[in-house]
Design a protein around this ligand. Structure first.
Ligand SMILES: O=c1ccn([C@@H]2O[C@H](COP(=O)(O)O)[C@@H](O)[C@H]2O)c(=O)[nH]1
Length: 278
């Protein structure tokens, strides 16, 4: 069985370094001329999948925008996941789950067990009940070739007061998360399957990402103000492991499928140039 790290490595080589988020904000539905209801959601997501599913390495549905329509929204999420996987994109579900270990085990089976209707290639997870509490996710992901992206240094300004707080040994909270994930990926080739989320907006923070040996998801590009060139400052020598992620910046180009594709291609090429120069 091929690991998630290996599958991601191949997808990025074949399709380029880009993750596109599916975040159907009410404002975007309106701009696309769609109603803020389940039909509008279905049309919006269908257009994105048809336009991008066969050319983008990773697609990241944001679960919140589906959940807000209840069971019918979650039903659309299920079919979206299936269609994206059929089209060849890796699916990273942005759900930021975290809890005590026994509950994390249930989240793991919801997203990382191939028999689940919401089975995806990877999920985002929150480490604030302790990275160790996420062990059932790491274990199920490893067993089935999946991945987990753990929040480390998030793109929002409010994150810093928690994530950069000092622990008893002097490291920041974020650095302890980074170090624990690095241990899980140690020695794995070509890339570990346990990733981190590090926002492109955060600037130079002095955190050491050099031993992560896993993918670094970089949200915050575009709508939140960061540009591809900022990746250099944030990631330095870790640039080759960065997976740049854009949602509204791409989705705002719709609903014309050709315009969606052009936006994704342009951002992928910009990021590829920055990552290659690193
Ligand atoms: O630190 C983080 C972690 C996750 N996100 C998520 O990424 C997208 C960003 O959307 P844009 O439209 O590109 O701003 C969204 O789903 C967030 O929940 C993040 O922004 N920062």
């Amino acid at each position: 069985m091929e690991t998630f790290g290996a599958r991601l490595h191949r997808a990025v080589r074949e399709r380029g370094p880009l993750c596109v988020g599916i975040d159907p904000h009410p404002g975007l539905l309106a701009r696309w001329g769609l109603a803020d209801d389940v039909r509008g959601l279905d049309r919006f997501v269908g257009t994105v999948v048809d336009a991008l599913g066969d050319r983008v390495a990773v697609v990241k549905p944001q679960s919140a925008f589906f959940e807000r329509f209840g069971s019918r929204g979650v039903g659309i999420l299920e079919s979206t996941i299936r269609q994206l996987r059929d089209a060849g994109s890796l699916v990273l579900l942005d759900v930021k789950r975290g809890d005590i270990g026994s509950t994390v085990a249930a989240y793991a089976s919801a997203y990382l067990d191939p028999s689940s209707p919401l089975y995806v290639d990877a999920v985002t997870a929150s480490p604030y009940l302790g990275v160790g509490s996420l062990a059932p996710m790491f274990e199920l992901a490893t067993a089935h070739g999946g991945g987990v992206f753990v929040l480390a240094l998030t793109s929002n300004p409010e994150g810093a007061s928690v994530q950069r707080a000092a622990t008893a040994d002097g490291r920041t909270v974020a650095q302890t998360v980074i170090d624990e994930i690095s241990q899980l990926n140690a020695g794995v080739q070509p890339l570990g399957s346990m990733g981190l989320v590090v926002g492109a907006t955060i600037g130079e923070t002095g955190h050491d990402l050099s031993r992560v040996n896993g993918p670094l998801l970089a949200p915050g590009l575009g709508a939140q103000g960061a540009a591809a060139a900022d990746l250099r400052v944030v990631f330095g020598s870790s640039l080759p492991s960065v997976l740049p992620s854009y949602s509204r910046e791409v989705l705002g180009a719709g609903p014309d499928p050709a315009a969606l594709r052009a936006a994704a291609d342009r951002l992928r090429d910009e990021c590829r140039a920055v990552l290659a120069a690193g």
